[in-house]
Design a protein around this ligand. Sequence first.
Ligand SMILES: NC(=O)c1ccc[n+]([C@@H]2O[C@H](COP(=O)([O-])OP(=O)(O)OC[C@H]3O[C@@H](n4cnc5c(N)ncnc54)[C@H](OP(=O)(O)O)[C@@H]3O)[C@@H](O)[C@H]2O)c1
Length: 321
Amino acid sequence: MKAAVYKQYGSPEVVQLMEIEKPIPKDNEVLVKVYASTVNRTDAGFRSAEYFISRFWSGLFKPKFPVLGCEFAGVVEGIGEAVSAFKIGDKVFGFNDKTFGGHGEYLTLAAKEAIAIMPMHLDFGEAAAIAEGAHYALCDIRGAKVLPGQNILVYGATGAIGSAAVQLLKHFGAQVTAVCNTKNVALVKSLGADTVIDYQTADFTKTEQTFDFIFDAVGKSSFGICKPLLKEKGIYISTELGKNGENLLYALYTPLLGGKRVLFPLPSINKEDVEFLKNLVETRVFKPVIDRHYKLEQIVEAYKYVESGKKTGNVVIDMVE
Ligand SMILES: NC(=O)c1ccc[n+]([C@@H]2O[C@H](COP(=O)([O-])OP(=O)(O)OC[C@H]3O[C@@H](n4cnc5c(N)ncnc54)[C@H](OP(=O)(O)O)[C@@H]3O)[C@@H](O)[C@H]2O)c1
């Protein structure tokens, strides 16, 4: 089968298209013919190994799982003997940041993992983009224990995580102020934001409002900058560690002090989470934002665009014409 393979960590160019063996499902696994995947920050992070710590999962010296693509949507083409939850022909989507595989024509995954039947009304490209940004957003929203009526600021509301966060926060009943670029103001309003601050014409730190929770979904602010905007016991969460890893340090001691605090929830995803997101998609509460489509042959270009930090929502890889 055709796949985008990386055999060493590094820049997007380490990824090459080649023929590799088609996987065979074990007893507890499904074989999925991949129709669409995405290139996202998780794939890029593991490929570049920019944070050395990622190598403890993906291989210390070279990648253990040479086909990236943590998101996928496709059709079940085979099932192991012990699988009863899926049948051949089912349209499925899911997330797998342990063994990956979405950048290959076929992947296998245990049926108990984060894989579910696709929402009825989405195409493969949209379904492939459901889980990555949304599950990070969900983990952070759960970590902050968001309550209906709380006032929340989403800084960087146009990434995969930010665009999902705005929609999920509205679902949980929050009042959302979102910060984004001029060109995306209309988009972010359409996602449900109550107030939009255009960072090209206004400084969000000058707002008169105070917030129960500030969610920096692009990791470009800091606790120091946001602290004056937080209510007395307000929470700050960033998707990045901070310039010198300070967000981890703050997360260790600020919760002990009883005032404004930084949290750093560890991301996780399971079958219930993808089922939950599927349900939100089916009830039209959540829709992944799609920026561009690329073919598998253009995957290096796709990585470069994703790593430019300019994508709006998600970048889809169409695996089938
Ligand atoms: N290491 C990992 O495994 C991993 C995994 C997932 C996510 N993350 C991190 O999580 C963050 C978000 O990722 P993502 O995929 O959701 O989004 P992303 O690719 O970082 O999206 C960037 C978006 O944020 C906007 N943006 C850039 N600078 C901004 C600023 N100063 N203020 C407001 N908006 C700004 C961009 O639009 P404009 O430029 O037009 O404003 C773009 O739409 C990234 O920092 C990423 O590294 C890391």
